[in-house]
Structures are given as structure tokens and as C-alpha cells.
Design a protein. Structure first.
Length: 139
């Protein structure tokens, strides 16, 4: 789980609260997905987000050293993410990018968020878009 937010809408009788949960699902072997669930209860929002994440999984081609085969970048909203292989350095990334890369099973990579905003939803979706652009190296 990356983020849980309490969101509010104003109605005639006052404020109505609901919850928004950004959830990541991965098998640590090259498959990862991100989902956003919204509901009146936190647990329902998390369940919805998890269902959506499992439905929208992408496959990440990994090298023998559990890294990515080449540098890739993607943009979603105002968020831009760059992911590049970094042998013998571990996962050097922050925020949503780090969580997604760990759950994808990537162990030697450098990730950079180039964004004027710190919107975790856009950063997560940009990371998934970047991972979806990866192609396995031909032997």
C-alpha cells in the first residue's frame, strides 16, 4: 500500500467522508500492478485497489542480475520517471517508484522522479508506464 487518503465532499447536511487507497500488487518475479480503490470504508477501498492492481498487472523483463535490460522513461500527468539499470547498487529510488520496483522483483536499478508535484498516484502510474515500455534484450 502506497497511500490512503481521506477525501471529503460537501453536501447540504455537511461533509461526507470517503477513502481513497493506492495499492500495489506484485509477485517479486516480474509482475506488478497498481490500483486505486475508493470507498466509504478503508478496508473496502484497499480491497478494491488490490482487485484493480491484480487486473492491471504488467510483466517486467528482468536480467540475470534482477535488473532492467535498458534505461526507460515515461510520463503521466506532470510526473516523469526515469528507470535505469544500476548493477551492484540495489534499488536506488524513492517514494512510489521504490515500492513498485521492490514488488516487481527488481534488485539492481536506479529510479528518478522528475516532477514539480509530489502526487503519488501520478508517480506510480508513470512508473508502471515506464516498466510496460521495457523490452527484453535479444541474445
Amino acid at each position: 500500500m502506497i497511500e490512503v487518503r481521506r477525501v471529503t465532499r460537501v453536501v447540504k447536511g455537511g461533509r461526507r467522508f470517503s477513502f481513497s487507497a493506492l495499492v500495489v500488487a506484485g509477485d517479486r518475479r516480474g509482475r506488478v500492478g497498481v490500483g486505486l480503490g475508493k470507498a466509504g470504508d478503508i478496508s473496502e477501498a484497499i480491497e478494491k485497489g488490490l482487485r484493480q492492481a491484480k487486473k492491471r498487472m504488467v510483466t517486467v523483463p528482468l536480467t540475470k542480475t534482477s535488473s532492467v535490460p535498458h534505461q526507460v522513461s515515461a510520463k503521466f500527468g506532470s510526473s516523469r520517471v526515469i528507470i535505469r539499470p544500476a548493477p551492484n547498487h540495489g534499488v536506488v529510488a524513492g517514494g512510489a517508484v521504490r515500492v513498485i520496483l521492490n514488488l516487481a522483483g527488481v534488485r539492481a536499478v536506479s529510479g528518478k522522479i522528475i516532477s514539480p508535484s509530489k502526487n503519488k498516484i501520478n508517480n506510480a502510474k508513470a512508473t508502471i508506464a515506464a516498466l510496460a515500455e521495457l523490452r527484453a534484450r535479444r541474445d
